[in-house]
Design a binder for this molecule. Structure first.
Ligand code: 6GU
Length: 218
């Protein structure tokens, strides 16, 4: 599952330039039975399967020992705190992250307690496993690392960096199927353009994400 993400241009370049090193470890390799079982039915009954503590602990301990640097442990689960751009910025300052992704919806509670890892969710919906969530975090954090992006992909004004969605962008051609680029963007008046963009960002955020306006400081 991780192969295509890690081979995309930005992540590939970041690894080649030694900006990041990503090590994948399969929890199944730490199963103790011949079926490589890492999950079982919940005590007390109910649907679904739950990740067993043994293989997850053994795997986490193995990974921790791969480097002397203490890793910040993150357990990917829909019951975690919501991942945001602010969280991504915070995580981008860490030297080492250990992302723990389980299949199915649940971890045995002793995994959360024993590992002391913070729990993170990437949104209010349920994925089949934490792998995609881990990839969301990797992708978001890596692009914030110095040197990971070329100048063309600069993250300065993008959505959420100032608590607002990004303003509308236009590129060539000036006219496309009867839709014209707004005159202001062709005016060369940088102060006016900045003002227009800010106003557009506010309008767009009000319309699409009123929840962001409530706790905004712009
Ligand atoms: Cl981290 N895991 C799963 N299984 N579903 C999710 C999630 C994580 N974040 C949002 N949905």
């Amino acid at each position: 599952m991780f192969e295509s993400l890690l081979n995309c241009s930005i992540l590939k370049r970041a690894q080649e330039k030694d900006i990041i090193r990503i090590v994948l470890t399969n929890i199944r390799d730490f199963a103790t039975d011949s079926y490589r079982k890492v999950d079982d039915k919940p005590y007390g009954g109910g649907p679904g399967m739950v990740m067993m503590p043994g293989p997850v602990f053994d795997c986490a301990e193995h990974v921790q020992k791969l480097s002397p640097e203490k890793g910040r442990g993150i357990l990917l689960t829909p019951q975690g705190q919501k991942f945001t751009q602010a969280k991504a910025v915070e995580l981008s300052k860490e030297n080492r992250l250990i992302l723990i992704a389980g299949k199915y919806e649940g971890f045995d509670e002793r995994i959360r307690i024993g590992l002391g890892a913070e729990q993170v969710s990437v949104g209010d919906y349920v994925l089949n496993g934490g792998e995609l969530a881990a990839m969301v975090i990797i992708d978001t954090v890596v692009r914030l690392l110095p040197g990971a992006l070329g100048d063309e992909d600069s993250p300065r004004d993008e959505s959420f960096s100032n608590g607002l969605l990004e303003y509308p962008q236009y590129t060539k051609p000036e006219a496309f199927r009867n839709m014209k680029v707004p005159d202001i963007l062709l005016s060369g008046n940088h102060a006016k353009i900045a003002q227009w963009r800010h106003q557009q960002a506010i309008e767009r955020t009000k319309k699409n994400r009123p929840d962001l306006i409530k706790n905004n400081k712009f």
